[in-house]
Write a protein that binds this ligand. Sequence first.
Ligand code: AMP
Length: 118
Amino acid sequence: MHYDKNNIFAKILRGEIPCKKIFENKYVLSFHDINPQKKIHALVIPKGEYIDLDDFNKKASDKEIIEFHRAVSHVSSLLGVENKGYRVLSNIGSDGGQEVPHLHFHIFAGEKIGKMVA
Ligand code: AMP
């Protein structure tokens, strides 16, 4: 499968559509989900062109992988939720329920997140 350069997160990364930014560095961008499923619903995406976590784990550099994971903790701290806890989730492919084909971690927080799988 090829990376689709016209997916919505690629457009956000190119600045073609806006986002409610939480954090950005050379490797990652984090912003609020447009349709929050919990009180706090943030997304963390790598700047590189990776379809999903599987693609990322196979192709990304060690530095990209480290920075992507570190960013999750940094964003949780910026959101003020690291002490109360939160859930990190990544959907992969059609059975996984992925809608946007650019790797993203969801961060759900701000309330009890509930059942692990609906
Ligand atoms: P997934 O189903 O794991 O691919 O999740 C895609 C997520 O992207 C959903 O939670 C959407 O609400 C979110 N989303 C789609 N478009 C935007 C956008 N323009 N800005 C922020 N979040 C978005």
